[in-house]
Design a protein around this ligand. Structure first.
Ligand code: SAM
Length: 211
């Protein structure tokens, strides 16, 4: 993910509001203890997700890809006291790690962690949701999108991470490269939605469901 100038990334980081102390220690421990820690969204992207949730007045959020819980906890901070965030993951190590942090947070009570393959979990979830965040296995991006779109209220948002895939979408070589490029093509041609692909971090596709 070094296709954006490092100094510009750093400047953006330093001029984005600080995360909570708990999120800071969650991120530090993620880099200490979890494999592939750079999968975590981190300050700039998770703050963007939080602000989008605030602006949408979100009360119900769905996430695919919990990992250490950074993005889930950040979005949960934007929810009202009775708000709900459902997040799916398959990795028992990441699940145990995220649960530990959710239990330490005043916002943890809003979060339900659904364990197992996300496509299975999604079959048992009832909408409507105001917002969703897709950030798991890339080969399933289009499947997640098609499963989640019916669960989103009209005017609701689906944000999808890593849609630039370190630039590999320009010349797709392997199945993940192709899956992400095909997903972006699907979205931009989809009359059910309006979208903008932001060049934030590794690319964030922001998709609003039409009324
Ligand atoms: C990029 S990480 C998520 C990062 C997280 N949103 C954050 O901000 O820290 C992707 C996660 O998707 C999970 N995952 C991969 N395949 C999955 C599947 N089929 N079902 C559910 N989760 C899956 C992985 O275990 C991993 O924790």
């Amino acid at each position: 993910m070094d296709f954006i100038d490092e100094k510009i990334e750093d400047y953006a980081y330093r001029h984005t509001s600080e995360e909570s102390a708990l999120l800071k220690s969650l991120e530090e421990e993620t880099y200490d203890k979890l494999e592939i820690p750079h999968m975590t969204t981190g300050r700039v992207e998770a703050k963007l997700l939080k602000l989008l949730a605030r602006m949408a007045g979100a009360r119900r959020i769905l996430e695919v890809g919990t990992f250490g819980g950074y993005s889930a906890l950040s979005m949960a901070e934007a929810l009202p006291e009775d708000g709900i965030l459902m997040t799916c993951d398959i990795d028992p190590v990441a699940i145990a790690f995220a649960k530990k942090y959710f239990s330490q947070s005043e916002h943890g009570k809003k979060i339900t962690l659904l364990e197992g393959p996300a496509l299975e979990s999604l079959k048992n979830i009832a909408g409507p949701f105001d917002m969703a965040f897709i950030d798991a296995d890339k080969e399933n991006y289009s499947n997640y999108y098609e499963a989640i779109l019916p669960l989103i209220r009209p005017g609701g948002l689906i944000a999808v991470d890593n849609v630039l895939w370190s630039g590999r979408v320009l010349d797709p070589q392997d199945p993940a490269d192709r899956a992400i490029h095909e997903f972006n093509e699907r979205v931009v041609q989809d009359q059910r939605v309006e979208s903008v692909l932001l060049t934030v971090r590794d690319g964030l596709n922001c998709i609003v469901k039409n009324h």
